[in-house]
Design a protein around this ligand. Structure first.
Ligand code: PGA
Length: 253
C-alpha cells in the first residue's frame, strides 16, 4: 500500500437544513474518529456553513467547498470566489463533480476553476468519471480526455497539489460501488495517464474513489482498489456511517 497520506472527503451536497445540525454532524464525527491517526477528514458542506464550521477544524479535520467560480472577482452574480473562501479556513475545493458537469460545466470550465483553486492555494479535488462502461472500452479514452483537457494548463510543480477523485457516474447514488478489481484497473490507468502528462511529478498525486461508498465496502475498496482514500456522498450525512468509513480507511495498512 502507498506511503501517502489517506483522505476521506464527505460531500454533503445541498443537504443539512440549519447551522446547529451542521455543527452536530461535525462534532459527532470528531468524537467517533478521535483515535484515527493517518487519515485526513474533510467536510464539504454547502458554502454558507463554512464560516460556522471553521472554528471546529483543527489537526486532521479540514473544510472543503463544493464549488467555486473560475473568476477571481467581479460581475458574476450568484458566484463565490476562491479568495472569498480563504477567510473561512477552507483547505480543499471539489472541482467538476458530475452533478456540476450535468448542470453544464464543460472540461474548459472545470479547468478554469481548477486553476482558480490553485491560484488561491487551495487543494483541488478534481472529479472525473465516465457515465457508462461500454464493451469497447471507449470510457478509457473518455477518462484520458477529461484528464488531458482539465490538467494540461497545470504546471509540473503544481500537479502534486491536485487530488483526483475517480467517480464513475453510474455508481454515484447507486446501490453498489464499482468492484475493487475494476477500480484497481482504473487507478493504474489514471496513474498511467498522469505519468504521460507530468512524468514522475505525477507520482505523489492522491487518487480517491467515489460512488456508493459505505461502511461495508470502504476498507475493501481502498485496500484492493489501491486508492488513497474516498469521496463519500450519502453516508457523509450520518456521523456513525461516515466515522465507520474513516476508521475502515485508517486501518488499511
Ligand atoms: P454517493 O455520492 O456516495 O451518495 O454515491 C458520491 C458523490 O456524489 O460524490
Amino acid at each position: 500500500m502507498s506511503k501517502k497520506k489517506k483522505l476521506v472527503v464527505g460531500n454533503w451536497k445541498m443537504n443539512i437544513a440549519i447551522v446547529p445540525e451542521a455543527k452536530k454532524l461535525v462534532n459527532g464525527v470528531k468524537k467517533k474518529t478521535a483515535k484515527v491517526r493517518k487519515t485526513e477528514i474533510v467536510f464539504c458542506p454547502p458554502s454558507i456553513y463554512l464560516q460556522a464550521l471553521a472554528p471546529l477544524m483543527k489537526g486532521r479535520y479540514k473544510l472543503g467547498a463544493q464549488n467555486i467560480s473560475g473568476e477571481d472577482m467581479g460581475a458574476h452574480t450568484g458566484e463565490v470566489s476562491a479568495q472569498q473562501l480563504k477567510q473561512f479556513d477552507t483547505t480543499y475545493v471539489l472541482v467538476g463533480h458530475s452533478e456540476r458537469r450535468k448542470a453544464g460545466e464543460t472540461d474548459d470550465v472545470v479547468s478554469k476553476k481548477l486553476q482558480a483553486v490553485l491560484r488561491a492555494d487551495f487543494i483541488p479535488v478534481l472529479c472525473i468519471g465516465e457515465s457508462v462502461r461500454d464493451e469497447d472500452g471507449a470510457y478509457l479514452q473518455f477518462i484520458k480526455n477529461q484528464l488531458v483537457k482539465t490538467l494540461t494548463p497545470v504546471s509540473k510543480g503544481a500537479i502534486s497539489d491536485v487530488v483526483i477523485a475517480y467517480e464513475p457516474v453510474w455508481a454515484i447514488g447507486a446501490k453498489s460501488a464499482m468492484s475493487p478489481r475494476d477500480l484497481h484497473e482504473m487507478t493504474l490507468y489514471i496513474k498511467k495517464c498522469l505519468r504521460e502528462i507530468f512524468g514522475t511529478y505525477a507520482e505523489s498525486v492522491l487518487i480517491l474513489y467515489g460512488g456508493a461508498v459505505s461502511p461495508v465496502n470502504a476498507g475493501e475498496i481502498v485496500r484492493e482498489g489501491f486508492v488513497d482514500g474516498l469521496l463519500v456522498g450519502r453516508d457523509s450525512l450520518d456521523a456513525q456511517n461516515f466515522s465507520d468509513i474513516v476508521r475502515a480507511v485508517d486501518s488499511v495498512k
